[in-house]
Design a protein. Structure first.
Length: 244
C-alpha cells in the first residue's frame, strides 16, 4: 500500500460534496424570495447504477468491520458477505446522501463511486485491488471527517474514531478542525502561529482574528477533544482569541 497516495485521495476529495450540501441555500439566495423554500434531494436512480451500488456495499462493509473493533490480524472480507450491520450502515448513509445533508457522506460516495467506475473497465482488472487498498479507506476517512456527523457516528460505533485502525481519518479530522486558513477567500479568519512536530506528536496553535467568528466555530474544537481514541501520537490544538 502506498500510504502517501491514500492520503492524497483523502486530502483532495474530502470536500467535493459541499456544492450538493449547499445547493438549496445557494438557490434560495439567488432567488431572493422569502416565500419560496427549496428542497434538494437525491433520486433513487443513483443507487441502481453499478458504481454507486458497489461503492456503497464496499464502504459499508469496511465501516462495519471497523465498528466491530478488529484485532491485529483480523481480515476484512471486502464486502463479499454483507451482514445486518453492513446493510444498516448502507441504509443510513444512503438516506444522508439523498437528503443532501452531509457533504462528508456525499464526498465519500462520489469519490469512491468514480474510482469504482473506472476500475470496472475490462482492461483495469489488474488495478482493482487499488479500490480496496487505497480508495475505500480514503472514502471512510472522508465520510467521518466532519464534526456534524459525529453524533450519528456514535450509533454506528465509529466514534470516537479509532486512530489505530483508520489513521487517515484521524489525521484528516485533526487537520480539518483547525484548517480555516483562507477557506472562504483571501481574507483569512485565522493565523497559524505555530506548528510543532516533536517526538511525542504534533501541536498547532491558531489565533482567530475576530472573537465573533470564533464563537461560531468553537463547537468543533470542543468536539475534537472527544473525537479520537488509540492515538499513535499526540495531536493537539491550541486556540487564541482576541479579548473583549
Amino acid at each position: 500500500m502506498d500510504v502517501e497516495y491514500c492520503w492524497l485521495l483523502t486530502a483532495i476529495f474530502h470536500d467535493i460534496g459541499r456544492p450538493h450540501e449547499g445547493a438549496a441555500c445557494m438557490l434560495e439566495a439567488e432567488l431572493e424570495d422569502d416565500d419560496i423554500a427549496i428542497s434538494v434531494v437525491g433520486k433513487n436512480t443513483r443507487w441502481i447504477r453499478d458504481n454507486y451500488n458497489n461503492a456503497r456495499r464496499i464502504l459499508a462493509s469496511l465501516g462495519a468491520f471497523v465498528a466491530s473493533g478488529p484485532s491485529a490480524g483480523d481480515a476484512w472480507d471486502v464486502g463479499a458477505v454483507p451482514d445486518a450491520t453492513d446493510n444498516a450502515l448502507a441504509t443510513e448513509w444512503t438516506m444522508l446522501y439523498d437528503e443532501m445533508s452531509s457533504h462528508a457522506v456525499i464526498s465519500a460516495f462520489n469519490m469512491l463511486a468514480s474510482i469504482v467506475d473506472q476500475a470496472s473497465a475490462v482492461d483495469e482488472r489488474k488495478n482493482r485491488p487499488f479500490v480496496v487498498t487505497h480508495a475505500t479507506p480514503a472514502a471512510l476517512a472522508i465520510l467521518l471527517h466532519d464534526w456534524r456527523i459525529w453524533n450519528a457516528a456514535k450509533k454506528w460505533r465509529l466514534f470516537p474514531v479509532d486512530s489505530g485502525v483508520i489513521p487517515m481519518a484521524a489525521l484528516l479530522i485533526f487537520i480539518d478542525t483547525w484548517d480555516d486558513f483562507k477557506r472562504k477567500g483571501q481574507m483569512s479568519p485565522i493565523t497559524v502561529e505555530s506548528f510543532v512536530v516533536s517526538e511525542t506528536g504534533v501541536r498547532v496553535t491558531v489565533r482567530w482574528l475576530k472573537a465573533g467568528e470564533y464563537e461560531i466555530e468553537k463547537i468543533k474544537y470542543s468536539a475534537f477533544k472527544r473525537a479520537l481514541k488509540n492515538k499513535m501520537f499526540d495531536m493537539s490544538i491550541a486556540v487564541k482569541v482576541p479579548s473583549a
